[in-house]
Design a protein around this ligand. Structure first.
Ligand code: UGA
Length: 428
């Protein structure tokens, strides 16, 4: 089938490459000329495992990119809206880009003869597809459902593992207003071994939010338990590893520490809170999930101050700047509030991340950036571990170059910290 993908962020570019891999002809649309040029040259606009290979294989053949909406709509049967849905200043969802994309799609649809399905893949709060996207498309195209199809098909792609997750899904959810549009979207996934859940658009939208909110809740729950364990002198990792053996709970997303970051969990939980409030419900549990998460970085700095006293003029190494391992993405990284607080306390910061130094420089230009953990640790009076990078697991003799060998681990990552180290876990 012929597919157009609107927006070439990590969801758009990964979906485009994977649909091409499944045998479809794909046209990407973006207003950013540099991204279009990169895709056409077979170069990923973002870092994502497995994407370079797929783009190299399909660019110029089954995969192309353009800034011309009309060209893309005329030459495809299905369009996926994959644009960003950032938060506004209150934490509520900002649908500005979704509205603009819907309007452009509608304008192009006006000129198109034949059936076309529009699918929302962007993460949008329940009712958005039916109450915002659909009316905009109707207004701009002059057509009504039946003359075109409309569906909502959320993504469940982890950053860094998005290609793998697309090709090996544990669920495919398709919400459509009518059977015909849903059938067409479902057929695009033929070839993947996965049950397809068919529902209406608002349920599909809700499934996406509940999935992320539940995972975030598991983490905040684990952090609350971890904070209590820490005060009781209990190793929370021993506790959660036993608790996770209950098949109803499962062993995943129970790692306590510095909390969750990234472009999804914080934003999506806040957006769901915003939607709940808009319809007159006070979501107390979800608000606590955010509050606990926001408290964890401060607990790192508090532990540090309890050990070192005033941080004025002290050299603190921060290992890990990305919001998680295997990415250069620093959005909502837990290292950001930690570095901010360290600087507010008058500390000097020596930072290192295997991939994210350059991105963090745009946010904090005045701190020291190093090209290895050993260099960042040299002369430091304490070290804070903020990201679960594999290479931090084996750190040991690198700590010898510290002025004072205090290590506060926010990710339970160090395997053998070494005998001469004062090793402090955030929640254990
Ligand atoms: C998340 C979901 O896992 C994906 O299923 C979803 O599709 C995606 O959001 C999205 O909505 O697009 P992602 O943001 O890439 O994916 O990151 P995760 O791997 O889920 O990790 C999120 C954060 O939670 C990281 O900061 C990580 O350090 C933290 N985390 C994770 C914990 O603190 N403890 C854990 O046990 C697990």
């Amino acid at each position: 089938m012929k597919i157009s993908i609107i927006g070439t962020g990590y969801v758009g570019s990964v979906s485009a490459a994977c649909f091409a891999e499944l045998g479809h002809e794909v046209i990407c649309v973006d207003i950013d000329k540099s991204k279009i040029d990169m895709i056409n040259a077979g170069i990923p606009p973002i870092y994502e495992e497995g994407l370079p290979e797929l783009l190299e294989k399909h660019a110029g053949k089954r995969l192309s990119a353009t800034s011309d909406y009309e060209l893309a709509i005329m030459n495809s049967d299905v369009s996926f809206i994959c644009v960003g849905t950032p938060s506004d200043s209150e934490g509520n969802i900002d649908l500005g880009i979704v509205r603009a994309a819907s309007a452009s799609l509608g304008d192009s649809l006006r000129k198109k003869k034949g059936y076309h399905v529009i699918v929302v893949k962007s993460t949008v709060v329940p009712e958005t597809t039916e109450k915002i996207v659909l009316p905009i498309i109707e207004k701009h195209s002059g057509k009504h459902p039946g003359e075109f199809g409309i569906a909502m098909n959320p993504e469940f792609l982890r950053e860094g593992k998005a290609v793998h997750d697309f090709m090996h899904p544990d669920k495919i959810v398709i919400g459509s207003l009518d059977k015909k549009s849903g059938d067409i979207v479902a057929s695009l996934y033929n070839g993947l071994k996965c049950e397809v859940t068919r529902t209406n658009p608002r349920t599909a939208e809700m499934i996406k939010y509940v999935n992320n909110a539940f995972l975030a809740t598991k983490i905040s729950f684990s952090n609350e338990v971890g904070n209590i364990c820490k005060l009781l002198g209990i190793d929370t990792y021993e506790v959660m590893s036993a608790v996770g053996k209950d098949f109803r709970i499962g062993p995943y997303f129970l790692n306590s520490g510095a909390g969750f970051g990234g472009s999804c969990f914080p934003k999506d939980v806040k957006a769901l809170i915003g939607k709940a409030k808009e319809i007159g419900y006070e979501p107390r549990l979800l608000k606590s999930v955010i509050a606990i998460n926001e408290g964890q970085p401060a607990r790192m700095v508090l532990l540090l101050k309890n050990k070192l006293g005033s941080l004025e003029g002290k050299n603190i190494a921060v290992l890990g700047l990305a919001f998680k391992n295997d990415t250069d993405d620093i959005r909502e990284s837990r290292s950001i509030p930690v570095i901010k607080e360290l600087l507010d306390e008058g500390a000097r910061v020596s930072a290192y991340d295997p991939m994210a130094n350059e991105n963090m420089k745009k946010l904090f230009s005045g701190i020291g950036y190093y090209s290895s953990a050993a260099d960042a640790l040299s002369g430091a009076e304490a070290c804070l571990i903020m990201t679960e990078w594999d290479e931090f697991k084996s750190l040991n003799k690198e700590f010898d170059a510290m002025e004072n060998r205090l290590v506060i681990d926010g990710r339970h990552i160090l395997v053998k910290p070494g005998k001469d180290i004062e090793y402090v876990g955030l929640c254990w």
